[in-house]
Design a protein around this ligand. Structure first.
Ligand SMILES: Cc1cc2nc3c(=O)[nH]c(=O)nc-3n(C[C@H](O)[C@H](O)[C@H](O)COP(=O)(O)OP(=O)(O)OC[C@H]3O[C@@H](n4cnc5c(N)ncnc54)[C@H](O)[C@@H]3O)c2cc1C
Length: 576
């Protein structure tokens, strides 16, 4: 067999959203970088972010302390105060950097004729501090970053390539050498167009692959959000934390042709009513604030009614407003719904809550370093300790830029001390064949997302979680067996990751015997005020405690005294 070509870079960046693209730009003057993207460079959650990015600027009435306090309040006792302060203090610098890169944030003219950036205020924020580009901030940011990356010296772009697994330095038996060798040296990457797998060797690998909301039937996220970075890191031996905290957005358009279309909360702000199929409003029974109750309460109420009545969606009605008002205030929603045959000036919009944001992820310290030398995790893939048990709106983009910068600085400070990895074993397909029944993948994909929605969704119970655990264990077995016998393709890689992440979410949810933040269970409806709030840290069986102080900071936000569990199955990379 002809030897495969092996790529070699200083830094392999997996993901081209806000976190990956900004990190690449910050490294580019001094390092040779590969940026890998599953689809087109721009595709990812960043592109769809609507609201904006939070940041306190010097000349505003706002303060760092107020932003810190708001974030900590939203996080329901689980934010790491040092990380929150670090992120908030660095906000202005990041926004200046984005402005410098020419992100067209919305401006307004003051009475004295001067131009200022227009700041909005969102749920949980006590001040106006959200920089935005009309109602399409993510698109403005992502397209600007991608424009900056394309053609940039030192950055090679690999679109339609999907990372499969991290490559670790060869395994050895004695503990000290294990610690010394617990270093990642690259990743196996599948070219989706040619279906061939290549070795990418690198001194550093950065997981910037976004969240895992695609594990649920309904999600506001694009198809790429399948938790690949979290699953890859876990298989390689990294701890993950707080996977039970999944944020659900209350209103996503429910229509067979409308995948992932968010219906903004601003509609409810303008008096839209949530209705049952018989036209009856129901929010007042759940909260005196009705439709204006916080996001998690509205999502829970909708979920309750859907489960009680066995209905697939509820309705959101803004038709009491005039046609002109609706068209001028909500042009995007009006035209998108009209395309699907729904005239929102005359009829209600079918909506469901949808998985929106993964608060947990791969454990990192304040510079994005994970448990494995050479592996960093940034953006929605990472668990930094910023969000605690509930993410405050517009803090996630902030997190992407702050920790991408910190990781870039850390990598550059070490880069000269790390040699290029030697040639690695090639991807071996000698013992696998083409799949005989692709239906196994599509069936398991649907089944997984359905039971995650039904049993591990907005409202949980012990029984629902047990049912989900039983099913995920069966699927894990089946998918690993399939993976071991057949040639990989994009869907199989994603399904294997989704099932892994689902298992981590279920296990984390089972460990939390209280309701806190985004985790709500009917069996423990109260927040446990008697014990110190703790993070849920899961430790893989192949975890090797870092030798040096590389991940020392992680302990500042990972309470090690609470239950730390290991997976039931031996979790090794299954490479064929
Ligand atoms: C509809 C919507 C609205 C939002 N609004 C806001 C908002 O107003 N403010 C805010 O702060 N946050 C908002 N968020 C959240 C925020 O957009 C995300 O948390 C953030 O953009 C994540 O950036 P990221 O770089 O971590 O990942 P993403 O932007 O999701 O990028 C992930 C990248 O990884 C790539 N990738 C994934 N797996 C692989 C693999 N195996 N191999 C190769 N490449 C891979 C993808 O192709 C993509 O390039 C919103 C999210 C959604 C969905």
């Amino acid at each position: 067999m002809k030897p495969q070509y092996q790529y070699q870079y200083d830094v392999l960046v997996i993901g081209s959203g806000a976190s990956g693209a900004s990190l690449a730009l910050k490294l580019a003057p001094s390092a040779k970088i590969a940026v890998i993207s599953k689809k087109e460079l721009t595709e990812g959650c960043t592109l769809y972010a609507q609201g904006g990015i939070a940041g306190v600027c010097k000349n505003a009435e706002d303060s760092i302390q107020a932003h810190v306090d708001d974030t900590v309040n939203a996080g329901a006792g689980l934010c790491d105060p040092n990380i929150v302060r670090f992120a908030v203090e660095n906000g202005e610098k990041q926004i200046e950097w984005l402005i410098d890169k020419k992100v067209p944030f919305t401006q307004q003219t003051a009475a004295n004729g001067e131009q200022h950036y227009h700041l909005t205020r969102e749920g949980g924020h006590t001040h106006r501090r959200v920089f935005h580009a009309t109602d399409a901030t993510g698109e403005a940011i992502e397209k600007t970053l991608v424009d900056n990356i394309i053609g940039r010296q030192n950055i090679d772009i690999f679109e339609h390539h999907i990372a499969i697994d991290l490559i670790m330095e060869s395994k050895v038996s004695d503990v000290q050498t294990q610690q010394q060798n617990n270093r990642c040296v690259g990743a196996y990457i599948l070219d989706r167009k040619t279906n061939s797998v290549a070795v990418f060797r690198a001194r550093f690998v950065v997981l910037a692959s976004g969240g895992a909301s695609k594990v649920y039937l309904y999600t506001s996220n694009p198809d790429v959000s399948t938790g690949d970075g979290i699953a890859m890191a876990w298989r390689a031996g990294c701890r993950v934390a707080n996977m039970e905290f999944i944020q659900f957005h209350p209103t996503c358009l429910y229509h067979p042709k409308a995948k992932s279309f968010l219906v903004t909360e601003a509609l409810r702000g303008e008096g839209a009513k949530l209705l049952l199929p018989n036209g009856k409003p129901f929010m007042q029974q759940f909260d005196p604030r009705g439709e204006l109750a916080p996001r998690d309460i509205v999502a829970r109420a909708i979920d309750h009614e859907m489960k009680r009545l066995g209905i697939p969606c509820v309705h959101l009605d803004i038709s009491h407003q005039s046609e002109d008002f609706i068209k001028s205030h909500f042009p995007t929603i009006y035209s998108r719904c009209l395309e699907l045959g729904i005239d929102i000036t005359k009829e209600p919009i079918p909506v469901v809550p949808a998985a929106h944001y993964t608060c947990g992820g791969v454990m990192t310290n304040s510079v994005g370093q994970t448990d494995i030398s050479g592996v960093y995790a940034i953006g929605e893939t990472a668990f930094t300790g910023l969000h605690g048990a509930n993410r405050m709106a517009s803090n996630s983009l902030l997190e992407c830029f702050v920790f991408a910068t910190a990781a870039a600085e850390d990598i550059l400070s070490k880069i000269d001390t790390i040699p290029y990895p030697p040639i690695q074993s090639e991807w071996d397909e000698s013992r696998v064949t083409n799949s005989d029944e692709e239906v196994v993948v599509s069936h398991n994909w649907d089944e997984l997302r359905q039971f995650m929605w039904d049993y591990v969704g907005i409202v949980r119970t012990n029984k629902r979680l047990e049912r989900a655990k039983h099913r995920v264990d069966l699927l894990t077995h089946e998918i690993n067996d399939y993976y071991g016998n057949f040639r990989v393709n994009n869907d199989l890689i994603e399904l294997r990751n989704l099932v892994q992440v689902a298992e981590l979410i279920i296990r984390s949810a089972m460990l939390r015997k209280e309701s806190r933040g985004l985790h709500y269970t009917l069996d423990y409806p109260q927040t446990n005020e008697n014990t110190q709030p703790h993070n849920t840290v899961l430790t893989p069986t192949n975890y090797i405690e870092p030798m040096s102080d590389e991940r020392a900071n992680a302990a500042t936000h990972a309470d090690q005294s609470h239950p730390v569990t290991t997976p039931p199955n031996k979790n090794e990379n299954i490479l064929h």
